[in-house]
Design a protein around this ligand. Sequence first.
Ligand SMILES: [Zn+2]
Length: 205
Amino acid sequence: MHIPKIDRCVALVKRCGLSGSFTITIGSILLGSALLPNANAEADTAYRSSISPGQWASASFPVEDFQAYTSPFGYRGGVTGGGSEFHSGLDLAAPEGSYIRNWWSGTVVQTIDDDRCGTGLVIKSGDWEHVYCHMQGYVETIDGVRTLIDRDGGILIQQGQQLPTSARIGRVGMTGRTTGPHLHWGLVYQDEWVDPATVIRAMAS
Ligand SMILES: [Zn+2]
């Protein structure tokens, strides 16, 4: 499986020895300044020790037709004024309609339909939850079961459904708060947000 490279300092942001305000680049793209999240030290240690080389060798990169990492995980300064905002995931730009693949086998625990994430899914795999936002389609309750429907993409995902690794679970869209088609991909380990870039790097190692 091909894993697109990601800048080391973004991937291992807490290990780069940076604190306070710093400048983030991915490849040659300057993403502006960001603040490090105040990590919960205990959770961070547990998370780090949960990552071992080769652990995710069979995990799936979450989007087909990947173009670029467009926004990293962490706090970002208020470019338009105001306070900093916590970006709880990694943004992966891809053409509208690109298929999104399930990172790791698990159970759909939530179908999302809100102003921010748009149409999305939360899938639980053991201690991990993976969040997918800005997908195409909509959520409807069918026979009492919340269901993500993207007819043109041939996608129908029910809450409670079990999904294997790399299953097509939807398509990149523009739902929710977004200025361009991308997958917002979030990862939670034992109820703490973690940087998906760390995991992507581990998948490639
Ligand atoms: Zn995002």
